[in-house]
Structure formats: C-alpha cells, structure tokens
Design a protein. Structure first.
Length: 289
C-alpha cells in the first residue's frame, strides 16, 4: 500500500486525504496526514479501516486540510475510472479498451466493479498555477473519453485505496493492484495522442432570471432540482439531465449555458468548464437527432 501511495503522490510535500464512506447513514469522515512524513501512518490507518468502511484517498495532494478542488496542490498522475457495467462486453471489453490505448498505464487497480487507472508523471504537477490545473483536468477528461471512463477528472477526486475491501455488497471484494509498471509520462505525451481542450471557461455570472427566456414552470423545476441534487459526484450528470430537459422544451443553448453557469456560481462549483461541456454535448446530440 505504501508503495502505491509513493507512486501516486510522489515525493512532494503536502497533505494526504483519506476519506471513509460508511455503510448506511452518516457523512463521510475525512482524515488528513502530512505526506511524506506520515507515510507509514497513512498505510496503517487505511489497513485498520478496511472491512469497516469504504476507504478512499485524494488522488491529488492537498495544500491544506480540506477536500475541495481549491485545496488540490500537487498531482503525480493522470487518472481514469472504468466501470464494467458501462461496457456491453463487461470486464473483457474494458481490458481491451485499456490495451488499445496508446500509453501503457503505470498502475491499474481492480476496484471490485471496475478499474482505476493511473499514468504516473515524471515530474509532479504544480497545481498552484491555474493553467496547469486546467491542463490536468482536460487531459483526464480526454483520457476518460478515449477509454470509456467515468467523469472523474476533478482535482478533488477520491478513489479506492488498493489493499482495502469494497464493502458495498457481501461477500466483500478486495480492491487490489493488478498492474504496476515503471512507465512515466510528461503532459506532452498525452497531447500527442489526444485532443486536449484546456481553454479557460468564461467568467462565472450569477443567475439573472429576468434575462432568461424560460417559462416560469421550467425555471422553478430547474432551481428545485439543482438545489436538491447539485452535489459532488453528481454534478456532471445533473448538468446533462438539465440540459436535455431544457433542450427538449425548446430553450436555446445560450439560455441553458447561462442558467448552468449561474447554478455553478450559487453552488460554489469550480468545474464550470465541465458543466458547459455537458451542455454542448447535449445540444449537439439533440441537433444530430
């Protein structure tokens, strides 16, 4: 386990987050450690909680004891999350997709129901620079699209710790490292194989409902849905749902983009570019039939 963390977090000094998600009700519990000074303590803590809770780690080292995207300070990897259920051929098709990807994974973890993939970098990614933050998220997004992965490109992302148990359904399934290679990469290696869009999003603006050409019943529905379910881990899918709902009602793409932008502003959602990508994808699909 410590070897895994050393590869994913590297030698940068930062704050390591371990997040416990309990079975049943209750909020996730965040625990923070000084990395690499407390490397042994991190591994020991994770092992002690295996079987009691789902044990996750923040892929990016934090700059403070917080789990939000703004706290992300260093990254030593590009990552992707694959669920077998998203492939008609299940695990076999997922393995083929990974094999066909031009850059070999440095680490592949079997999460119990899918793969967590990591491409370890030659040099740590300095996330104190906005341009570098956008680039990492854009590469993560492009990799996910190429391998059929989930939308897990955000810098606050937590993934399962290998060496612990997935306690979703009994009998519990071990999360384990399947592949460990010495392959290391630079950002340019990905840019040579993928279409990377790391352009900055337009500035956020609050919702100005008087400027939206939305019927009142639709506007109220949007606000109600957003208020209840615009939460970490679901925001991309909610943006897709809202975009599709409004597109089918005949609302223009410009109006939907303004509304989604405003919801991000109210909810404190930093990943505006992803939400606007979701709007664009939805309207492109509607236009193509």
């Amino acid at each position: 386990m410590r070897k895994f963390f050393s590869a994913v977090w590297g030698e940068s000094e930062g704050v390591a987050e371990i997040r416990l998600i309990h079975q049943g009700p209750g909020r996730p519990a965040q625990h923070f450690f000084d990395w690499p000074r407390q490397a042994d303590e991190v591994a020991s803590f994770c092992s002690s909680k295996s079987g009691e809770s789902h044990v996750y780690f923040g892929v990016c080292l934090r700059g403070e004891k917080a789990g939000g995207e703004k706290a992300a300070r260093w990254s030593n990897a590009v990552w992707a999350d694959i669920d077998f259920k998203d492939y008609k051929g299940g695990e076999g098709e997922a393995r083929k997709k990974i094999k066909d990807f031009p850059l070999k994974v440095s680490l592949a973890v079997h999460s119990g129901n899918g793969f967590h993939l990591y491409w370890v970098m030659r040099e740590p990614w300095d996330l104190s620079v906005d341009e570098e933050r956008r680039k990492l998220k854009a590469i993560n997004r492009a990799v996910a699209k190429a391998v059929g992965g989930d939308h897990v490109h955000d810098l606050a992302r937590v993934l399962r710790v290998p060496g612990t148990l997935n306690v979703k359904v009994a009998p519990y399934v071990p999360c384990r490292v399947l592949v460990s290679r010495d392959d290391r990469y630079n950002p340019a290696d990905f840019e040579g194989h993928l279409k990377i869009d790391d352009s900055p999003p337009p500035p956020q603006q609050p919702i100005q409902t008087g400027m939206l050409t939305l019927p009142k019943e639709i506007r109220d529905k949007v606000v109600d849905v957003a208020r209840k379910i615009w939460v970490n881990g679901a925001r991309h899918n909610v943006a897709l749902y809202l975009s599709g709902y409004l597109a089918k009602k005949g609302v223009s793409q410009v109006d939907v983009e303004q509304l989604i932008h405003g919801i991000c502003y109210i909810a404190g959602d930093d990943d505006v570019s992803d939400r606007l990508h979701a709007v664009k994808e939805t309207f492109d699909a509607v236009r193509s039939g």
